[in-house]
Design a protein around this ligand. Structure first.
Ligand code: HEM
Ligand code: HEM
Length: 218
């Protein structure tokens, strides 16, 4: 048995940062802390934008093109006991669904308003009907996102029962492979991704983030 690094440092941090930021986005709204909600929203936006760029220029297992599988591949994957290097076919569909739901949540958030004092930064550029629609979809899409997260966790437990410790790989980056399985290097150094992430985060915080940051720390 040998180990192979399958998830680079950016993908792993992206995942766990995403979990924390979605929790912060939920609790900030529950606690009426809209400024914190905005800051966590811009953080998530920088995170997702970097993930999509990394999906073009990043590690083999981060590639967006590696997420495209035929429905037959999904069916075959349930019958096979072979290790996959990267997301399995059903896992890839799940990742695409998450990207679509999170992007929808971010875009609608940017056009949402709390109806009292705080407007998303794109509200001034769209009609009031669009703002109403964005508010409605921001609410509905979050419920769908919660169901997707529930299904995601159930799937991870299902794979664990089948003997595939996926969480360990998402923490350490490494996976045990059988001797006869290919061991080619599939990860890149994550520093370029971190550079892109911090530049995007800095731009977002210095523009749209300035007002909520000032409010939160004043
Ligand atoms: C993945 C990212 C996000 C998540 C998970 C999220 C989640 C939520 C949730 C659960 C609500 C409460 C909806 C309800 O009224 O039932 C909400 C409201 C809201 N969010 Fe977000 N949000 C995200 C991103 C953003 C962004 C980027 C912005 C703007 C910069 C934003 C602005 C707002 C506003 C203005 C409200 C309305 C609050 C109100 O109706 O009083 N959100 N969000
Ligand atoms: C807010 C909640 C969560 C969201 C939005 C989320 C989203 C995602 C996304 C987008 C990916 C793909 C990563 C990538 O390629 O960039 C992923 C993978 C993964 N997630 Fe989550 N996740 C959440 C919670 C969890 C939790 C609580 C666990 C642990 C029980 C978990 C375990 C995993 C594992 C093990 C993978 C890799 C799956 C594989 O090997 O194909 N996730 N998740």
């Amino acid at each position: 048995m040998a180990t192979l690094k399958i998830w680079d440092g950016f993908i792993r941090c992206f995942h766990w940062f995403l979990v924390v930021s979605i929790a912060v986005l939920y609790f900030s709204i529950e606690e009426g802390m809209i400024e914190l909600h905005f800051i966590a929203g811009f953080f998530t936006l920088a995170l997702i934008a970097t993930r999509l760029i990394w999906g073009i220029i990043g590690s083999k297992t981060a590639k967006l093109s590696a997420l495209i599988h035929s429905p037959r591949a999904v069916f075959n994957s349930f019958k096979s006991s072979k290790n996959t290097i990267g997301h399995s076919a059903p896992g890839s569909y799940m990742v695409l669904v998450f990207f679509a739901l999170i992007i929808t949540q971010l875009v609608t958030g940017l056009m949402s308003s709390d109806g009292i004092l705080t407007d998303g930064p794109l509200v001034e550029y769209v009609s009031s009907d669009t703002v109403d629609f964005a508010n409605w979809l921001h609410h509905l899409n979050f419920d769908i996102l919660l169901y997707a997260i529930g299904l995601h966790v159930l799937a991870i437990i299902f794979y664990r029962i089948k003997g595939k410790p996926l969480v360990k790989a998402m923490i350490t980056g490494s996976k045990n492979l059988k001797e006869d399985e290919p061991h080619t290097i599939v990860t890149k150094s994550p520093w370029l991704a971190w550079g892109i992430f911090f530049i995007l985060l800095f731009i977002l915080m210095m523009t749209w983030g300035k007002e909520p940051i000032n409010y939160l720390f004043s």
